[in-house]
Write a protein of this length. Structure first.
Length: 81
């Protein structure tokens, strides 16, 4: 059965096993190298933690930009008009 087209339109496609078809492994968003679904909760937790860190970094960088703008302007002898 060719499940690559279904994985292509899915929100998240997960291919299992190194013995899976090359097309399915290439199309999937996540490729588990073993046929054990017990590793799936770890992958979900890792992705949630990664997303949380990315959001924190974005908010931190957006917060730092306005606060450092006046300092950068004074260092370059440039004032907004």
């Amino acid at each position: 059965m060719n499940d690559a087209p279904a994985m292509a339109i899915a929100t998240v496609g997960i291919a299992m096993g190194a013995a899976g078809s090359d097309v399915a492994l290439e199309t999937a968003d996540v490729a588990l190298m073993a046929d054990d679904l017990n590793h799936l909760p770890f992958v979900v937790g890792l992705s949630r933690q990664t997303s949380r860190i990315i959001r924190q970094n974005l908010w931190l960088s957006l917060g730092m930009s306005p606060s450092s703008f006046p300092q950068a302007c004074s260092a370059c002898d440039w004032a907004p008009r």
